[in-house]
Design a protein around this ligand. Structure first.
Ligand code: CP
Ligand code: NVA
Length: 308
């Protein structure tokens, strides 16, 4: 059976731990895991812009001994309306895996339903699961563990990052707190899924409109842009709506004294995060960005190994 990674909970708690163990091992010996030797190709397709995801998948596939084929969909027939299923049937005969950044979750589900090779979600409107693997690796490196730690997300709590923190952190047995304005909270079905997972891992889930309640004593404080890709026209309105949820010095002071700061990047200083916080001593955002490389290599190795 082919394994895909479309949402964070496509990995069981044990599988997520295995991927993170592999990521930590791969980081120590970047060229020692030639699982794509041949080279076998991986298609990495973008319907939206990217810096980190593009670079980390390109470098990662090459380090695994493979050939990364990066495609901007605007330069492909997919961008001109070729059917997703037909694209899958063409690609699967030539590549070992398909990585896709696209809009609705239903598009990547449609691809995965047809594809005989692993499909990886490189960000959709609903989830960004590769980012959460890198974030969890970073927390493990800095805190030595995941289960039992409190991770607090402040800001646009209806976006892909908030949803992925809910599922990914619950899978890791963390206490995940998500805080945003009442009109920008996660979908109830995703909260319910996270609660169910947390029930089996010893984690917990809190969704609140009170940012101070969410930040109190947190081991990890995290935020994301208030203006996700495609929302650029709403920038001015969003800057007002999310202001009480900024990860600023006041929010930082509410967390644990040794709290670490994450941000998936790109960051907008003075909006969702203060410059003094992201550039301060508690910030680990550059480790986090580097770990995209290691975590995604580990994920590809895991998916290929468990699909064969
Ligand atoms: N964090 C992240 O996915 O960055 P890019 O949009 O640059 O890939
Ligand atoms: N929520 C952001 C994440 C960027 C990596 C977006 O979707 O644009």
């Amino acid at each position: 059976m082919v394994r895909h990674f479309l949402r964070d909970d496509d990995l069981s708690p044990a599988e997520q731990k295995r991927v993170l163990d592999l990521a930590i091992a791969f980081k120590k010996a970047p060229l020692d895991h030639q699982v794509l030797a041949g080279p076998r190709a991986v298609a990495v397709i973008f319907d939206k812009p990217s810096t980190r995801t593009r670079v980390s998948f390109s470098v990662g596939v090459a380090q695994l001994g493979g050939y990364p084929m990066v495609i901007d969909s605007g330069t492909s027939q997919l961008g001109r309306g070729e059917e997703i299923g037909d694209t899958a049937r063409v690609l699967e005969r030539q590549v070992a895996a398909i990585v896709w950044r696209t809009f609705s979750q239903s598009r990547i589900e449609e691809l995965a339903a047809v594809s005989s090779v692993p499909v990886v979600n490189a960000l959709t409107d609903d989830f960004h699961p590769c980012q959460i693997l890198a974030d969890l690796q970073t927390v493990r490196e800095h805190k030595g563990r995941l289960a039992g730690l409190t991770m607090t997300y402040l800001g646009d709590a209806a976006n892909n990052m908030a949803n992925s923190y809910l599922l990914g952190c619950a899978t890791a047995g963390m206490h995940v707190r998500i805080s945003g304005p009442a009109e920008y909270l996660p979908r109830p079905d995703i909260v319910a899924d996270a609660e169910r997972i947390a029930g089996s891992t010893g984690g917990s889930v809190v969704v609140t409109t009170d940012p101070a309640e969410a930040a109190a004593g947190a081991d990890v404080l995290v935020t994301d842009t208030w203006v996700s890709m495609g929302q650029e026209d709403e920038k001015a309105a969003r800057a007002e709506i999310f202001k009480p949820y900024a990860l600023d010095e006041a929010a930082l002071a509410l967390g644990a004294p040794d709290a670490i700061i994450l941000h998936c990047l790109p960051a907008y200083r003075g909006y969702e995060i203060a410059a003094s916080v992201i550039d301060g001593p508690q910030s680990v955002v550059w480790d986090e960005a580097e770990n995209r490389l290691h975590a995604q290599k580990a994920l590809l190795a895991f998916l290929l190994e468990s699909s064969s």
